[in-house]
Design a binder for this molecule. Structure first.
Ligand code: HAM
Length: 436
């Protein structure tokens, strides 16, 4: 572009891609606090951080999540990189965790391997309230042990995550999807039942490739037709039945409420045995605030040992919306600074920059006015910053060696020596409590 073009052209402002939310201050503080609290709870339960790539070989998701799922067949952001490899922005976290666990032999050590991750995931869905194309999750995976008490740990952890941020208006829905021994016979039975119904072409096709998905059809006429469909829960073999009984019994022992939803269908193919969803009624159509379950065949499917695992993904975007729906505000998430410095004139401003740096070294959050603003403008900046204290330094103060400390909550003023220690004492030690 030539210089003249650059000068004459006025660029149009740009928006974020469709369906991709921004979180900007001050609301971003809640988003950040929710995600941190979920991660904190996962660490309390012994899940260690794993940092994974945002994109992977497309094959990973095709094999891991399942070609017949909407996520893989319709919603992936897949493209060829410059070396003509097909890569995909991760639509979910479990397959990537499994790939990494196998690649780094974590499954050859102590089991279960307990991992925690968070970050953005990408699904080309139709955007609406609470349904985004870039969504944020905090997830955990506990890999290598098929113990129903581990299922309970994972479910209880999700429940604690929500409660720890103050949510109460949600419920836990639970079911068992059986395993490789009992599901094939059930699947056949369900398919036979469905193919006898007068289904439309598309639904008939779905019944052929993924019959369980038909149970999740929200259209009343389909729901009516499938009201008497056989249910997986009634066709569990003895082992899966016992597994499920142990899970529900231990949840009862922990006092965690749940409802059994035998028609629950998860959008990913890898699930076996225990499956669960946390549902919030304040969110309209996108009511799932988190979900997960056990996956018996996934590791082998990705080329590893034949080990089982269980995990969850909690939707951070939806948890934030659920807080809004319940009118809950989080305490202590304010990211605004405590102290704001105002320097008048170049010398005083230079000195202020040094003082502010010293406050920060002492763990006090602090900011200052930049750009050579006059006293009035800079004080406005102090008010807007949300700080409780302003430090004011001009030539007069520089000369006298004393700085003005203004309490922005009650407008009272005092002075202190031009020294970080004296300033900190003056701000934080009450008048009637002499500094040591
Ligand atoms: P998922 O149910 O597909 O599971 O996603 C988990 C959560 O992510 C959902 O409950 C929802 O809160 C949130 N979520 C999903 N899609 C969107 C969207 N388009 N917009 C906003 N939020 C969304 C999984 O991803 C599994 N990997 C969970 C898991 C881990 N299972 C076992 N281990």
């Amino acid at each position: 572009m030539s210089d003249t073009q650059q000068k004459s052209e006025k660029f149009q402002p740009l928006s974020a891609p469709k369906g991709v939310p921004d979180y900007v201050p001050p609301a971003s503080a809640t988003f950040h606090a929710v995600r941190s609290e979920f991660v904190n709870q996962a660490h309390l339960a012994g899940y260690q951080h794993i940092e994974l790539p945002i994109f992977e070989d497309t094959t990973l998701f095709a094999r891991g999540v399942g070609e017949s799922t909407d996520v893989v067949s319709k919603e992936m952001y897949t493209f060829a990189d410059r070396g003509d490899r097909s890569v995909t922005l991760r639509p979910e976290g479990t397959a990537g965790v499994m790939r990494s666990v196998i690649e780094h032999n974590l499954d050859r050590g102590q089991l279960p391997v307990k991992l925690n991750y968070y970050g953005p995931f990408f699904r080309y869905e139709r955007p609406q309230a609470g349904r985004y194309r870039q969504l944020q999750q905090v997830g955990v995976e506990a890999i290598g042990v098929d113990d129903p008490l581990l299922d309970v740990e994972v479910i209880a952890l999700a429940d604690r995550c929500y409660r720890s941020i103050g949510l109460t208006g949600f419920r836990l829905e639970l079911t068992s999807l059986g395993d490789r021994n009992c599901r094939p016979a059930y699947r056949q039975k369900l398919q036979d039942f469905l193919l006898d119904l007068p289904l439309d072409e598309e639904t008939r096709h779905r019944a052929q490739i993924n019959p369980l998905r038909v149970l999740d059809d929200k259209r009343p006429e389909v729901q009516e037709m499938t009201a008497d469909a056989p249910l997986m829960l009634d066709h569990l073999d003895a082992e899966c039945h016992e597994h499920f009984e142990t899970v529900t019994g231990a949840l009862d022992d922990l006092g965690i409420d749940y409802v059994i939803n035998p028609r629950m269908v998860r959008g990913l193919d890898y699930y076996t045995k225990t499956c669960f969803e946390f549902v919030h009624d304040g969110l309209g159509a996108q009511s799932g605030i988190g979900g997960g379950g056990r996956y018996d065949g996934l590791m082998a499917q990705i080329g590893g040992q034949d080990l089982s695992g269980i995990g969850f993904g909690l939707g951070v975007d939806r948890a934030v919306l659920a807080l809004e729906a319940e009118g809950v505000t989080l305490d202590g998430v304010d990211q605004r600074v405590q102290v704001y410095g105002v320097g008048i004139g170049p010398e005083a401003t230079k000195k202020m920059a040094k003082l502010i740096d010293e406050l920060r070294r002492n763990g006090i959050s602090a900011d200052m006015a930049y750009g050579g603003r006059g006293l009035k403008g800079a004080m406005k900046g102090a008010d807007r910053s949300g700080a409780h204290t302003a430090l004011v330094l001009g030539d007069r103060e520089l000369e006298s060696g004393e700085i003005t400390i203004k309490n922005l909550e009650n407008q009272s003023q005092k002075t202190a020596a031009l020294d970080a220690g004296a300033i900190i004492d003056a701000i934080f030690i009450p008048e009637d409590e002499p500094a040591e």
